[in-house]
Design a protein around this ligand. Structure first.
Ligand code: B12
Ligand code: SF4
Length: 546
């Protein structure tokens, strides 16, 4: 193949809560598609190089490229993407800079303002439109009319209409993801990811996946690869890279029933038939688990190790408001069933949102205690507020209620009930701001708990350490829930609508307890860390010590 004319970049910056390192499937999928059509591509993944924001890896030779594409997953990646885009344009103003991904798809104007380094944004699936863009630029043709593309125009922007020809209706026709960086990620104990479907058939009020489906088709839609196509990729990964753990990144792995059942049944058969020895994890809903217990038993026999359940709430009124279509008892039934058949569970949870009431907050805390008791991962109470996004239905409700505080680059919201806001702020202050050492200690625990007990395979650490970390997490989570209840007790008699009262909350009665807890948790974590480090150097094995 000729010299690369396209550079694709993942400017990803790991976030504060110890998120794992892993391959970026978007640039891998786009690269594979372009290469399949004879266009040579270079890749740069900043997650590997860990370079300062705005700098480029040394192998990137900007003079060579005609097009540079930057993938942008979420709002939190925008600054890093902008910085690298400016660097590229400064060094080579001739390069056409295009962005794509979940965030630009629904916020193209963020990248198309006068003076922006970006020339265009491709919305939704990138494979088809990016190929068209590169081909037209190489032929010196006009590119501005490419469907699904947005560009700056005058002081504003122009969004070309959607053309469904460019939305991949048959995912089996896409070439296999370019895995050139996989060995580097494996060296760093990163999990291996596979995408087996796109979209979701549900319409949860806070979810961008549902919002994207709706903006594309007017209703939720799910596209799945066939069992054979998924099995081919699994076989390729196990045979070529010796992979034994896979994390499926799909939003709804099983897909719509009964079609989904048939596909998963076929996939399990393929895994057995090809003798693929691997463990895997995926994301699903509680109702899918309890409606398909036999299928989950079959999945377990085929290698299912972990399921990530997007619970979001343990309060029936909140679940209805979110249009989640699940009940709290279904959540618990799904967890109990999965644990019973030997599948690990981790969960997603939104404890705070602008419309939460004190009553529902108490319900949530009660429910979270049940999760802590079951040793199931859930996000820390001081960091589980709704991440508001402009494209989701709940955003309009926040605006209509006059609760949107800052628009623009950051979306911040106020709370209907000022007491709930007070609790959210107090928890953040106690666990994140007041005591930095405690925060970093918790970050380590959460990172490891998240990786081991839940979504992320690939850890070299023994089950014994995983068990200790889980117990430690249950200890701190129970303490944080106790603290939340103490704050609720202190302020439940306050009026719900007086923002001035927030500044008057006296947290002093809680501080001795938090200080003792801090010392204990830091001490215990250091002991586990020491054992963990010794184990990594093969100097101590907790399994042998047992
Ligand atoms: C895996 C994943 C992660 C991994 C990322 C690993 C990595 N290196 O890529 C981890 C766990 C680290 C992660 C982190 C976060 N994530 Co995330 N993540 C996902 C997930 C589950 C899958 C992404 C994926 O691989 N998809 C498969 C690829 C093939 O699809 P794709 O990325 O959409 O790419 C296609 C198109 O978008 C487009 N495209 C993409 N890039 C480009 C670039 C160009 C140039 C072009 C032309 C086209 C294009 O073409 C691609 C092929 O068709 C998605 C959910 C989802 N359904 O996408 C959430 C998702 C993207 N994450 C999300 C969020 C919010 C986050 C976090 C902020 C979470 C947090 N901590 O609070 C962080 C942000 C990271 C950061 N530090 O800033 C949201 C984004 C919402 C939004 N619009 O802002 C999503 C949609 C989840 C959700 N349902 O809310 N995430
Ligand atoms: S089920 Fe999950 S992916 Fe689907 S709309 Fe709800 S939150 Fe989004």
């Amino acid at each position: 193949m000729d010299r690369p004319v396209v550079l694709l970049i993942n400017p990803h910056v790991p976030d504060a809560m110890g998120e794992p390192l892993m391959e970026n499937l978007a640039i891998g999928s786009l690269a594979a598609y372009l290469q399949h059509h004879g266009i040579s591509v270079d890749l740069a993944d900043f997650a590997i190089d860990k370079l300062p924001i705005g700098t480029l890896p040394s192998h990137v030779k900007l003079d060579d490229y005609r097009v540079a594409g930057i993938t942008i997953m979420a709002r939190s990646c925008v600054n890093a993407a902008m910085a690298v885009a400016h660097t590229i344009k400064l060094k080579n103003p001739e390069i056409h800079l295009v962005s794509g991904g979940k965030f630009p798809t629904s916020n193209p104007d963020t990248f198309l303002f006068p003076g922006s380094p970006f020339d265009s944004v491709i919305r939704h699936d990138g494979e088809g439109p990016l190929l068209e863009l590169v081909q037209r630029l190489l032929r010196g043709e006009d590119w501005s009319s490419i469907p699904n593309l947005s560009k700056a125009q005058g002081n504003g922007s122009r969004h070309n209409p959607l053309d469904f020809q460019y939305i991949q209706s048959d995912l089996d026709r896409l070439p296999m993801v370019d895995r050139r960086f996989l060995p580097l990620f494996l060296d760093r104990n990163a999990p291996t990811t596979v995408s087996a479907s796109r979209g979701c058939i549900y319409s949860c009020e806070f979810c961008v996946v549902a919002a994207e489906s709706k903006s594309l088709w007017g209703k939720p839609q799910w596209r799945g690869r066939s069992a054979g196509s998924i099995a081919n990729e699994l076989e390729y990964l196990t045979r070529n890279f010796n992979i034994s753990e896979i994390w499926f990144v799909d939003d709804l792995f099983l897909g719509p029933m009964p079609r989904g059942k048939k596909r998963i049944h076929e996939l399990c058969n393929e895994i057995h038939r090809r003798n693929l020895k691997l463990g895997f994890s995926f994301e699903e809903r509680s109702d899918s688990v309890i409606k398909n217990k036999e299928l989950f038993r079959e999945l377990k026999r085929a290698g299912l190790r972990r399921v990530f359940l997007g619970l979001e709430s343990g309060d029936i009124k909140t679940l209805k408001r979110y249009k989640k279509g699940n009940r709290p008892e279904q959540h618990l039934e799904a967890i109990d069933f999965l644990q019973q058949i030997g599948v690990e569970v981790s969960t997603g949870f939104i404890l705070f949102d602008p419309f939460k009431s004190m009553e529902t907050l108490k319900e949530e805390i009660c429910f979270l205690r049940k999760l802590a008791h079951r040793r199931v991962f859930f996000p820390p109470v001081f960091n589980s507020a709704l991440q508001l996004m402009r494209e989701v239905p709940i955003f309009d409700k926040v605006v209509a209620a006059g609760l949107l505080m800052t628009d623009g680059e950051h979306l911040e919201y106020d709370y209907n009930d000022q007491r709930v806001k007070c609790i959210a702020k107090a928890l953040k202050w106690l666990f994140m701001v007041r005591n930095g050492t405690l925060f970093f200690t918790l970050k380590w625990i959460i990172g490891n708990e998240w990786r081991k007990s839940g979504a992320f395979p690939g850890s070299p650490v023994s089950r014994a350490h995983s068990h200790l970390i889980r117990e430690l997490a249950a200890f701190y989570k129970t303490f944080a829930l106790d603290t939340s209840e103490q704050i609720i007790e202190m302020i439940c008699e306050w009026p719900n609508n007086n923002p001035q009262l927030i500044g008057t909350l006296d947290l002093k009665p809680l501080l001795p307890g938090v200080d003792i807890f801090s010392r204990e948790i830091i001490f215990l974590t250091n002991v586990i860390r020491l054992a963990y480090n010794l184990e990594q150097r093969n100097e101590y094995s907790p399994v042998a010590a047992n």
